[in-house]
Design a binder for this molecule. Structure first.
Ligand code: HEC
Length: 183
């Protein structure tokens, strides 16, 4: 009898949160300003705009700083444009990028093309990256957002920001959506 009361009580609690949770919480979540590219792509985008949008995405929607931070799962990316040429020459490199920018696009869309030593999925012998494809539902960046993040990383590395809203997202082969989905 006692157990039955507990079960009923439990069901009531679950029912309460299911009902009120659905009713109220999403509305609160939707109130925050969506940090997406749309507010920027409406007008002409200046260099500074694309970099600051990239920073917002990098720390926000892109969740990059979840892993890419000091003492995190991956290194801080403040030199990635400087180290990229060495990555491309590394015998373990299996991608098809031809430049630092292509390498960064490739790292975002096909992370296992090169896995930084010691940072791969445990047991994969550094062949499988622990990083999700940034277009996958887990992160869900649009092309405009991917470009902005690349521009931000150029600025962070202290190299010239060459990415514009028209820069094609390619790395050797065209990085189409179908292809990015391939593993
Ligand atoms: C779940 C954790 C995680 C998230 C989230 C994540 N990364 Fe990574 N990233 C990694 C790990 C681990 C590596 C190192 C392994 C590898 O080389 O793939 C890496 C590698 C990279 C590299 C190559 C670094 C190098 O030195 O060659 C780039 C560029 C990069 N990430 C960019 C990003 C960007 C931009 C975002 C956000 C849009 C992001 N990552 C989100 C885990 C993550």
């Amino acid at each position: 009898m006692h157990l039955l009361k507990l079960v009923i009580f439990g069901l009531l609690i679950i029912g309460f949160y299911t009902f009120f949770g659905v009713e109220y919480f999403p509305k609160v979540a939707l109130e925050g300003p969506p940090e997406t590219a749309s507010s920027y792509t409406d007008g002409v985008m200046e260099d500074d705009d694309i970099v600051s949008l990239g920073e917002v995405i990098f720390t926000g929607k892109g969740v990059c700083t979840l892993c890419h931070m000091h003492s995190g799962r991956a290194e801080v990316l403040d030199r990635v444009f400087i180290t990229a040429p060495q990555r491309l020459k590394d015998s373990r490199y299996r991608g098809s990028a031809k430049s630092a920018l292509e390498y960064v696009f490739e790292s975002m869309l096909s992370p296992s093309a090169y896995v930084v030593k010691g940072l791969g999925v445990v047991g994969s012998g550094d062949k499988l990256s622990a990083m999700p494809d940034v277009r996958s539902p887990a992160i869900g960046l649009s092309d405009a957002e991917i470009r902005a993040v690349a521009a931000y990383l150029q600025s962070l590395s202290g190299v010239e920001v060459t990415v514009t809203p028209d820069t094609p997202i390619t790395y050797g082969r065209a990085a189409g959506r179908e292809e990015a989905g391939e593993k």
